[in-house]
Design a protein around this ligand. Sequence first.
Ligand SMILES: C[S@@+](CC[C@H](N)C(=O)[O-])C[C@H]1O[C@@H](n2cnc3c(N)ncnc32)[C@H](O)[C@@H]1O
Length: 219
Amino acid sequence: MPETNLLDTYPRIKRNVAERAQWKSRTPENRALAKQFGLEYFDGTREQGYGGYRYDGRWRPVAERMIAHYSLTPASRILDIGCAKGFLLHEFRALLPGAQVVGIDVSAYALEHVMEDIKPFVRHANATDLPFADRAFDLAISINVVHNLPDAPCRRAIREMQRVARHGYLQVDAFRTDEEREKLEQWQLTAELIYSTEQWQRLFAEEGYTGEYYWTITE
Ligand SMILES: C[S@@+](CC[C@H](N)C(=O)[O-])C[C@H]1O[C@@H](n2cnc3c(N)ncnc32)[C@H](O)[C@@H]1O
């Protein structure tokens, strides 16, 4: 099934009405700052990004779900595109000792603050130009990253993901209804693309993406 939610164990992202007051603070200035993917985005205020991107173990069940779904083993090679501080890769290494994990990110700040055990396995690179050979990985994962690119580079990043791995899991911001679209537009800080699930599916098909995917919906 191409449309598969492998983040169903992940706590629901709190983009709810209770936070509506904060939407007003998502000013062009805060958006510009967030798009630098620096300290403010990860560990600044909630108006500028995560409001503190800290390890809390929530990626463990996600990694377990992916291991089962893709039959990953300690011999598997796993790439996380937009790995940030390496939380998901940390779980793969804990669960599959010996597995080859690699992370890339454009954020120098995130890579400086990557989890200690993951430091040797991350590098600074752009999703649009992955510095890896064709089929270098068994699984490439990219969660909430490629909607931050304009359409042409986003398509390129998806082709790159398809090129470097046998399996792919891609998650993007998306909407299914006008209400969700409106909420996503108000909520988002860094997205270049506000696409419906159908638009994304069309784009994936146009770029020859055959991996799995799911949506981050603002409800
Ligand atoms: C919303 S965060 C998601 C982080 C992580 N994947 C997660 O789900 O917690 C987006 C991440 O993508 C990175 N990013 C944004 N544009 C990128 C690009 N063109 N290439 C690689 N990483 C990128 C950011 O630095 C940030 O770490």
